[in-house]
Design a protein. Structure first.
Ligand code: ADP
Ligand code: MG
Length: 488
């Protein structure tokens, strides 16, 4: 019996106007290399860093959201190592006194959340892949300093995760939080959010009888270059299985860093891990110590007051107040603008009305938005009126879809469009009956099939009758009329 252990280390580029310690622009969309640079982020001698307050605020907001402990005292440290993407020869990070300690997200305990600076980006042209061990033999390597000094969050979880799904759920929830707070775009494909998974397995003969807390953990392997949630989950599962097979075959897990090969769907050895003492951490002498209670806009109260509604609170509220399906709820959490629109449309209405509106928004409106690349309606009221017309049976669901498309195209109101296109649903049985009679006369084959007991034929006849009434007939009424007519 093996017990897997997973701990995550997650970096996210923070959304700020300028970099962490200078006023070069923080713009991840910049395509030209080395334009957002200055003597500070290029590490010219004699330059002095200045702390970006907005970046600090983001970390404190994240810490507050996850119920972590905000530091009273905090400071930055130098983490020394040599690599071409780290021009100072050290990275300014936090070691002993992170801004945030503890906290919980998605049921997983967080160790710490700290603030540091991003490295430059190395671009390896041809030759061997980006492995330090092979740098000497590789093709040309170029360095783009646009990313150097961009504020970076590092969040470390406790080694308490037991399976890939939990790790994936944690990472997705963190992304949602970062976006909700406006702290980061957290796009994994763009490298704005980077996840490293530490994975180990431990053999325990009588696992179920022992206290879970006193179990020893196995040697951990760190897995990198995971650039989607799916690869995070797959890499963890692969690594658990690899380690178990290794131990079962009499081998030993080595403490190493492995990469994820997305094409082969497997991890591969990158390098053996050096001890953390090598970094020679010491407090950054060029930056002031931080006494957070002395900075009014970074006080606990100020941070708490500035938080928007958190994703899990909003999720509970949408599920409770409107009894929405999980899919619709998640969509409204992910797409904040669409969520706001939904809430405007249904404010003060019943759960029934909300679910109807959610259906139209998450299917028909979404389809229009993605086809038109456009925005949701600026005024939610027209949409509410359209829903009211459906509820009061003035229009059929088919009619509502047509009106919605026209509303989206022309910006007109639903009542006018319904009138102009003759989509108001008819309740006049005489008119409906005449339409049905016409259909039954023409569709002799379907009528025969219906008489022979084919249910599908009835659906077909209803559809034809809808068409004959230009989608304005009430389908339930049409169905009854058809059945009546065919009885007689
Ligand atoms: P290091 O000193 O190597 O950086 P840390 O103790 O700081 O190791 O932990 C780094 C990450 O690895 C954390 O996310 C932690 O939860 C995780 N971790 C630590 N030990 C293990 C283990 N035995 N198995 C899996 N993950 C672990
Ligand atoms: Mg560590």
């Amino acid at each position: 019996m093996y017990r897997p252990t997973i701990g995550l280390e997650i970096h996210a580029e923070l959304k700020t106007r300028t970099k962490m310690f200078c006023d070069s622009a923080n713009n991840s969309d910049e395509t030209r290399p080395n334009v957002n640079v200055c003597p500070i982020c290029m590490a010219h001698p004699g330059t002095l860093p200045v702390i970006n307050r907005e970046a600090m605020r983001h970390i404190l907001c994240i810490g507050t959201a996850v119920d972590g402990k905000l530091a009273d005292f905090s400071e930055f440290d130098r983490k020394s190592y040599f690599y071409p993407d780290i021009p100072k020869g050290y990275q300014i990070s936090q070691y002993e006194h992170p801004l945030v300690s503890g906290g919980v997200l998605s049921g997983v305990a967080i160790t710490r959340v700290h603030l540091e600076e991003d490295t430059a980006r190395s671009v390896h042209v041809g030759g061997l892949p980006a492995m330090p061990a092979h740098a000497g033999q590789a093709g040309k390597s170029l360095v783009d300093f646009n990313r150097a000094g961009i504020p970076l969050m590092e969040l470390v979880t406790e080694p308490v995760i037991r399976d890939a799904e939990t790790a994936g759920r944690f990472a997705r929830e963190l992304q949602l939080l970062l976006r909700t707070l406006g702290a980061s775009e957290a796009n994994m494909e763009k490298g704005e959010m980077r996840i490293e998974a530490n994975v180990s397995v431990a053999k325990h003969e009588a696992l179920s009888t022992k206290s879970q807390t006193n179990l020893k953990m196995g040697t951990k392997v760190e897995v990198k270059n995971l650039n989607s949630f799916r690869s995070v989950e797959r890499a963890i599962t692969f690594e658990i299985n690899r380690q178990i097979a290794l131990i079962e075959g009499g081998g030993k897990v080595m403490q190493e860093t492995r990469g994820w090969n997305d094409t082969k769907q497997e991890t591969f050895h990158q390098r053996f891990k050096e001890g953390s003492a090598d970094y020679r951490y010491f407090p950054e002498p060029d930056l002031p110590k931080l006494f957070l209670s002395e900075i009014p806009e970074l006080s606990r109260e100020a941070i708490r007051a500035s938080l928007p509604e958190l994703p899990w609170d909003k999720r509970n509220r949408l599920l409770k107040d409107y009894e929405l399906k999980e899919e619709a709820t998640e969509l409204f959490l992910q797409d904040v603008e669409l969520g706001k629109f939904f809430e405007k449309v249904v404010s003060g209405r019943t759960p029934d009305f909300a679910r109807l509106a959610a259906n139209y928004i998450t299917t028909d409106l979404i389809a229009l938005l993605s086809a038109g690349g456009g925005k949701v309606f600026s005024d939610a009221d027209t949409f509410t009126r359209l829903m009211d017309m459906v509820v009061s049976n003035k229009i059929s669901s088919r009619g509502a879809k047509d009106i919605l498309a026209e509303m989206y195209r022309s910006g007109g109101g639903p009542e006018t469009i319904a009138e102009e296109h003759g989509i108001i649903q008819m309740h006049d049985t005489e008119i409906l009956r005449n339409a049905v009679k016409g259909v039954l006369e023409e569709e002799t084959k379907a009528v025969e099939e219906y008489r022979a007991g084919k249910e599908a034929a009835l659906q077909y006849l209803i559809g034809k009758s809808m068409k004959a009434t230009k989608s304005s007939g009430n389908p339930a009424m049409l169905k009854n009329i058809i059945i009546e007519e065919l009885k007689g």
